[in-house]
Design a protein around this ligand. Sequence first.
Ligand code: NAD
Length: 480
Amino acid sequence: MEIKNYINGKFTAPASGEYLDNINPSMGKPYGKIPDSDGRDVAMAVSAAKMAFPEWSRTPRNKRGEYLVKIAEGIEAKLDFLAKAESKDNGKPVSLAKSIDIPRAAKNFRFYGTAIMHAHSQSHYMEEGAINYTLKQPIGVAGCISPWNLPLYLFSWKIAPALAAGNTVVAKPSEITPATAFLLSEICKEIGLPPGVLNIVHGLGQKVGQAITEHPEVPVISFTGGTLTGAGIAQTAAPMFKKLSLELGGKNPNIIFADCKFEDMLDTTLRSSFANQGQICLCGSRILVERSIYNRFKEAFVARTRELKVGPPNKEDSDLGAIVSRPHFEKIQSYINLAKEEGGSILTGGKAIKMSGEFKEGYYLEPTIIEGLDQACRTNQEEIFGPVVTLQAFDTEEEALAMANSTRFGLASTVWTQDLSRAHRMGEALHAGIVWVNTWLLRDLRTPFGGVKDSGMGREGGFEALDFFTEPKNICIKYR
Ligand code: NAD
């Protein structure tokens, strides 16, 4: 696949003329090239987006919505093709890309294509004989920067509300997984999205991402990625008073009480621990279990984890595919070593797996369960973002809560209990933007999505995202 930038409706080569290797992680080999773009490409994209803004922002919302619905249909029509491309680029099982990533990306476009027709604003009557009404106006050129773990899905999560609200967009996918963003630009071209409305610039974060963040004519930035990168973006953007949404890392607790529905909990905990090789920001990497069922859980969980099949992502029966890149593969392994140094015992996993044939250089890791570490150690405090979970027992609800809230992160939490009052108490007290009770990854697109503390600021999803991509303006008219 020859990936090109998409600027002003055209597929363009980077100004530098240079390209980066695009690696297939399941084989550990390059399989294509990505533009090594820089500030010059970003400047062209911003200029195109700026030119397109007046007309796009004045395009009636139902018409803008129609474009987005057409993009959704374009994605759905290419479901198999896009799922295969995502799997090859990212290492995730093709079955996962087909059931989650690609359908959810289409849903995001459809959701915002239709939500914009239901968006409303407020009006406030005053007894003095005046009326206020609030306009929610699109802001201008929105910068959208996304990570590699759910490439098209998270990209769409930003682009769709930004466009629906009437902004034009300069977007940058992760350089590690650029393929489906490029295929999305082809879909936009096919459905006739006006030039300049969406621009996609490929390349490195330090060049392309940084140039988007610094550009004075990009007043709003939506970023998903690591906490450190987010802090750097905030540092650049804050003195320019840019509107900023940051969706960052997590170290999510999965809290299992003895009164849970055990089999449901076990099935879901397998997924919430190891889906996408544990590379979902919402994965529950700290499993806290009430002591009375700790041994029962541990035995069953270890046994079920050993049954998981790690294999080439293009095989339909692989439960786990490849880790996304060599540096990330090495980072996860270094955390497994750290866990051992900190006194943890590996209950299962812990090792790299060598596949055969064309997959022998790929980055495969066994799903790994560790016990014997307290919450204060680095293994339990830092985001590993791989197929690695820790187990710890607790005795009381208070203790579980203290453990759950003991990190700098606050993205998502999962609670397993049949006690309704406890579910509400926990929901209220957990430091997290998202709390799931007796489920995981169940998403209603109308709900706010995001984290607290080091997991970020701002919310995506529903009308929150449409609000983020607009500026409210109050108009007060005195008529008496
Ligand atoms: P990353 O921070 O390394 O990169 C994310 C994006 O930012 C990439 O497109 C990258 O090129 C770009 N970038 C890098 N440096 C930049 C800079 N200086 N200026 C502007 N952009 C720059 O993150 P990653 O490794 O791609 O993704 C993994 C992280 O993302 C994990 O921490 C994970 O928890 C987080 N994540 C969070 C959510 C959420 O919703 N909260 C969702 C998915 C992933």
